[in-house]
Design a protein around this ligand. Structure first.
Ligand SMILES: Cc1ncc(COP(=O)(O)O)c(C=O)c1O
Length: 406
C-alpha cells in the first residue's frame, strides 16, 4: 500500500482504491443482513436534522415504533447510538446518586446494567444467574425483601451471550408489588420474540436496531411510560448527561422539535422502513417465523452432535448458543465458516470465551435457507476440529421440524 503522507494531497488521493466490502451472511449475534428495501431507502436523498419534512418522518417513525413496542407511551423515540446508548439513556435518567437498583444479570449484556447503573450513581444489587439459566422469581423476591428501598429492577428479555429467553411475568409482579420500576433490555428481543410493553407492564424499555428488528446499527429505540417519565421529572438533580437527556430528546422527537443533536435522516428512514416491514408481516407472524427457524436450527445443531448451552425451555429463537466439547477450537470453526462460506457467526463472551459458538437468526435472516446453509457449512467444517457429524443428519432434523410445524 502506498504510504499515506499527510499534507501531500496528490499522494493521499491516489493512495486507496474505492471500497468494495465482501458479502457476508451475518448469522452472528447482530448485526444481521437487512431487507434490500432498507438498503434502498438508506440511499434516498438526505434531509437536514431540522427540516420540517424530517420532523414528519421522525413523528411517523415514533408512531410505528409505538405499534411495534405495543405501547401508547408518548415518550417513545430513537436514541442516536447503538443498543447500549438506549441502556445508558434509560438508566441514567431514572437513577440518581444513592438510589438502589436490582440487576437481573443473565450474562454479558444484561450484566452491563450493573456498570451503567453504578456510573449513574446507583448502588447495585447484582443477581447474577448461572450462565444459560433464567433468573428465578424467588431470588428477586428475596432481594426486594433485603432491599425494600430498591427503586428499579432491570433485566433483559433476550440475553444474547447465552441465548436465554427470560420469562418476565413473575419478575414484573414482584417488582411492582414493591413499588419499583420495571426496566427491560429488549435490544435483541424486539421484533423477534413477543413484546407487548403495555400488557407486560414494562415501565421503561430499550432496544436495538440491528438485531431482530432487522434495521442497520446506530439507533436505539426506547419507550417510557408516564410513571417512569414522572420519576425523571421529579429528579432532585438534573441528569448528568447532556447527550442522553431524555427530556431534551423527547422534545426533539415528539415535541416542538427543538434542536438537540444532529440526527442522521437516512438512518431514521431505515428504522421507519424496518418497522413498516415488521408491521406488514404482522408481529405474531414474525414471532412465529423466528420461533420456527430457531427450533429447526436447534434440532439440526443437536443432530450435528453438539449441545445447547441454554436451559431447555428457555432457548431464544433468535440466538442459539452452542457449547463445544472440551479442546475444540471455536475460532477455527468460525474462521472456516467465514473464509470458505462468507458466513459470520459469533463466539463466546467473558467466561464463555472459547467455549461457545453463537448463531443468530434475526429479522430478514430468519429463514429456512439460512438454517440449511449454516447447518451444511457446519457439517463440512466440524470434522477439521475432530468432530464427526453424521452426514445429512442435521438437515434431516431441521427438515423434520419444518414438516411437523408448517
Ligand atoms: C441483550 C443486549 N443488550 C445490549 C446490547 C448492546 O447493544 P449494542 O452493541 O448495539 O450497543 C446487546 C448487543 O449485542 C445485546 O444483545
Amino acid at each position: 500500500m502506498t504510504q499515506l503522507v499527510m499534507g501531500k494531497s496528490e499522494v493521499y488521493q491516489n493512495a486507496l482504491p474505492e471500497l468494495n466490502p465482501s458479502y457476508r451472511l451475518l448469522l452472528g449475534p447482530g448485526p444481521c443482513n437487512v431487507d434490500p428495501r432498507i438498503l434502498r431507502i438508506a440511499s434516498a436523498p438526505q434531509l437536514g436534522h431540522i427540516d420540517p419534512e424530517f420532523f414528519a418522518i421522525m413523528e411517523e417513525t415514533a408512531y410505528l415504533l409505538r405499534q411495534v413496542f405495543q405501547t401508547k407511551n408518548e415518550m417513545t423515540l430513537c436514541v442516536s447510538g447503538s443498543g447500549f446508548s438506549g441502556a445508558e439513556a434509560v438508566l441514567s435518567n431514572l437513577l440518581e446518586e444513592g438510589d438502589t437498583l436490582i440487576a437481573g444479570s443473565l450474562g454479558f449484556f444484561s450484566g452491563q446494567i450493573v456498570e451503567i447503573s453504578e456510573r449513574a450513581g446507583a448502588k447495585v444489587v447484582n443477581l447474577a444467574t448461572e450462565l444459560g439459566q433464567p433468573l428465578a422469581p424467588e431470588t428477586l423476591a428475596q432481594a426486594f425483601k433485603e432491599h425494600p428501598e430498591a427503586k428499579v429492577f432491570a433485566t433483559a428479555i433476550a440475553e444474547t451471550s447465552t441465548g436465554l429467553w427470560q420469562p418476565l411475568e413473575e419478575l414484573e409482579r414482584i417488582t411492582h408489588a414493591h413499588g419499583a420500576l420495571f426496566v427491560v433490555d429488549a435490544v435483541c428481543g424486539l421484533g423477534g420474540v413477543p413484546m407487548d410493553v403495555d400488557a407486560m407492564k414494562i415501565d421503561a424499555c430499550y432496544a436495538g436496531s440491528q438485531k431482530s428488528l432487522g434495521a442497520l446499527p446506530g439507533l436505539a429505540p426506547i419507550t417510557l411510560n408516564d410513571r417512569a417519565v414522572k420519576v425523571i421529572e421529579n429528579r432532585k438533580k438534573p441528569v448528568q448527561t447532556y447527550y442522553l437527556n431524555l427530556h431534551k430528546l423527547h422534545r426533539y422527537w415528539n415535541g416542538d422539535h427543538t434542536y438537540h443533536h444532529t440526527a442522521c435522516s437516512n438512518l431514521v428512514y431505515t428504522m421507519r422502513e424496518a418497522l413498516r416491514i415488521s408491521l406488514e408481516e404482522g408481529l405474531e407472524a414474525r414471532w412465529k417465523r423466528h420461533q420456527l427457524n430457531g427450533e429447526a436450527l436447534r434440532a439440526g445443531v443437536k443432530a450435528l452432535g453438539l449441545s445447547i448451552l441454554t436451559q431447555p425451555g428457555y432457548e431464544l429463537p433468535v440466538l442459539t448458543a452452542i457449547t463445544l466439547p472440551e479442546g475444540v477450537d471455536e475460532l477455527a470453526i468460525r474462521n472456516g465458516l467465514l473464509n470458505e462460506y462468507q458466513i459470520e457467526i459469533g463466539g463466546g463472551f467473558g467466561a464463555l470465551k472459547g467455549r461457545l459458538i453463537r448463531i443468530g437468526l434475526m429479522g430478514y435472516n430468519s429463514c429456512r435457507k439460512n438454517v440449511d446453509t449454516v447447518l451444511s457449512a457446519l457439517e463440512h467444517v466440524l470434522p477439521r476440529s475432530g468432530l464427526q457429524p453424521a452426514a445429512g443428519a442435521a438437515l434431516a432434523a431441521a427438515d423434520a421440524i419444518y414438516k411437523a410445524k408448517t
